[in-house]
Design a protein around this ligand. Sequence first.
Ligand code: ATP
Ligand code: MG
Length: 343
Amino acid sequence: MSLNASSSNPTSPPIVLTGDRPTGPLHLGHYIGSLKARVELQNTARQFILLADTQAMTDNVGRHQRVTENVMEVALDYLAVGIDPEKSTIFIQSQIRELYELSMVLLNLVTVSRLERNPTIKEEIRLRGFERDIPAGFLTYPVSQAADITAFKATLVPVGHDQLPMIEQTNELVRRFNNVVGQDILVECKEMLSATSRLPGIDGKAKMSKSLGNSIQLGATPAEIKKAVNAMYTDPNHLRVEDPGQVEGNVVFTFLDAFDPNKEEVEELKAHYRRGGLGDSVVKRRLEAQLQAMIEPIRTRREEFAKDKGEVLAMLKRGTERARAVAAQTLSEVNAAMGLNYF
Ligand code: ATP
Ligand code: MG
């Protein structure tokens, strides 16, 4: 899509807000769905990247340490793929009090039934087995996400497919807020979807996800990559090499589409597989070689950055301070518009 997303001034560079829940190290779904775009965007946009620890707490009650420990892991993934903290502002969500403030203002502008209709929330509730025992914070996390986006007046949000309902919800809240206060203070945003906005897990069921154990991490070792590719779901009816095979829903081909730069050869392989005479192991070896070559430099850089975690933490502190100043400015406008500036 065009980078000239709507903003108050059409000639100014887009403001990008994006981020990840620190529930585990990042995986190939993040890389292809969002991280790659961020590395390019940091040269043309004003980019804020948040480590969404507050949001991750909503479905990790009692496992809060898992969240706080993974802040460092995700920060290392960012640096490893080439996000440059001088160009992008990387920050920790929980350390910006203004985001909690804005969430409380926005929570009154949405109904419980509207929140319950969110298809991503429905799916996540099902996958986590919450049924009716949903933490209220989990049901309302799209509102906190809207606060994250609007506190920075972001115009462009690079996300995977699962986040589209959150963008829609955010823009509804922006319109509602501006309407209620009678001023244009918050700004609507547009999503930026990559060509692979929903990479499946290696089992071919749900999307690849940190919480589902179906992922290939960006720091994966050669042995882990090999094991994951071997375990990938293919066509269960493709029993003998000479049998015709199905490409649709076959995870190995989905991954080749996402990661193999030679599209023509991939199309030829697909045709051969459909005809019969091409074994799963040949296709898997090709994919494995691609993934090994792609992940190797990321893993090496990750190991380098991991040697000085103190420096990574100092980088996060600087980013958080920079981000907080921006959010504080928006909140002073929001509070003034609401009459919440008594003194
Ligand atoms: P969790 O299981 O904790 O929710 P996750 O793997 O879904 O973790 P998030 O931190 O929720 O990762 O998502 C961060 C960003 O990465 C979002 O923009 C999301 O849309 C994108 N993303 C996550 N998984 C995929 C995927 N499989 N394919 C493409 N994009 C993805
Ligand atoms: Mg998720």
